[in-house]
Design a protein around this ligand. Structure first.
Ligand code: ATP
Ligand code: MG
Length: 355
């Protein structure tokens, strides 16, 4: 197996990211009785110009990760490095400058756009916080250019969100995300609320914008089929953790974690012959509560491979976070004691001239 080398300096490096929400009891005297472990130790790196897909079922912590990346939530622990600097420790002007470069596109274009604002005001709103990007006199033109870039008629600038379809509203949300010319866009299920027929159009738009504006994407979805065409690498989340991460072809063609195998088996396959040969894995039981996750492997309560070891020992991703950004097409990591043919590099190799 080729030695894993660090190819490019990642634009974003996330290590040990944790978000616990306190669970309280009592009305007058609130007492903390526990915590919702929404995100519980997530590591990944994002390369410049790369798209990292993050998938997982509802409640596994995807949006919480997204919110921490754009500073809408403060992590309980962990670091988020943007070009080598930890943004969780920044404040004031430095933080403002970084926030400009990391923008979010939200899931629901129906609730994320203020219905009382015109499209022009919605898209131009980020300029109120960052007037240096567009002086007042230039803003109308900039907003019209953005409408054009996302495939909407610039003359619609004075219309209101209700005058647009779902797909068009998401284009407005994307235009707003682009207003400050960010380097990174965190797209939290940007097409989940849209009709299937419109989803592909919005994904194609994001794809085109990526090359036009040199963007790096964190693209969140609950379904593996949605991120397939746009992602370079995919991370699969379960109950607050990444359980498998790798190049997208590796994840789709050789999933090694039982959870990924189950998720993939639920993805519709158009080819009837392939469909026939495929093993359908039906997961039993519900996702446990993140307030009380199972010991050891969090997936063990629904896993057909689970043994005693899974209850006692937490399976970890084998490759340290700083090496997960690699162009090696076999680079692939899975947090399972019984993962099938794990494509990981022995940790001894990692010390050889790569750091
Ligand atoms: N502000 C909050 N206070 C308490 N718990 C929260 C808060 N926000 C999220 N959670 C909990 O944290 C867990 C992860 O939530 P999150 O929204 O990140 O999941 P998700 O993967 O984005 O799910 P979905 O696919 O439904 O969007 C859930 O159990 C959720 O109920
Ligand atoms: Mg979410």
């Amino acid at each position: 197996m080729p030695a894993m080398t660090k190819t490019a300096e990642p634009i974003l490096e996330v290590t040990g990211l944790v978000k616990h929400y306190p669970l309280t009891q009592g009305i007058l005297f609130k007492k903390q009785v526990g915590a919702v472990r929404a995100v519980d130790g997530v590591d990944f790196a994002l390369g410049a110009g790369e798209t990292l897909g993050i998938v997982g079922e509802s409640g596994c912590g995807k949006s919480t990760v997204a919110k921490m990346l754009v500073n809408l939530e403060k992590p309980t622990a962990g670091t988020i490095k943007y070009k080598g600097e930890d943004i969780t420790k920044m404040s004031g002007r430095a933080l403002k400058a970084v926030r400009r470069n990391i923008q979010m596109v939200f899931q629901d274009p129906y609730t994320s756009l203020n219905p009382r604002m015109t499209v022009g005001d919605i898209i131009g709103e980020p300029y109120e916080i960052h007037p240096e990007v567009a002086p007042k006199g230039d803003r109308r033109q900039k907003v019209q250019d953005l409408l054009d870039v996302v495939g909407l008629n610039p003359e619609y600038i004075n219309r209101y969100p209700h005058q647009f379809s779902g797909g068009q509203r998401q284009r407005i949300g994307i235009a707003r995300g682009l207003a400050l010319r960010p380097e990174i866009i965190v797209a939290d299920e940007p097409v989940s609320a849209l009709d299937v027929s419109v989803q592909a159009q919005v994904i194609n738009l994001l794809d085109r914008l990526q090359s036009e504006f040199d963007l790096s994407y964190v693209f969140i979805a609950h379904d593996l089929s949605i991120v397939r065409h746009i992602s370079d690498r995919v991370g699969v989340m379960y109950l607050g953790r990444i359980v498998e991460i790798g190049r997208d072809a590796e994840i789709y063609d050789h999933p090694t974690h039982p959870y990924t195998q189950a998720l993939l088996s639920a993805v519709p396959v158009p080819d009837p012959e392939a469909r026939e040969h495929r093993e359908r894995i039906i997961l039993t039981g519900d996702v446990p509560s993140p307030a009380n996750p199972p010991s050891g492997c969090r997936f063990r309560t629904r896993c057909w491979k689970a043994q005693e070891r899974c209850e006692l020992e937490v399976p970890l991703l084998a490759v340290p976070a700083e090496f997960r950004l690699t162009t090696d097409p076999t680079a692939h990591d899975s947090a399972c004691h019984f993962a099938e043919e794990k494509h990981v590099v022995p940790t001894d190799d990692l010390d050889d001239g790569v750091k």
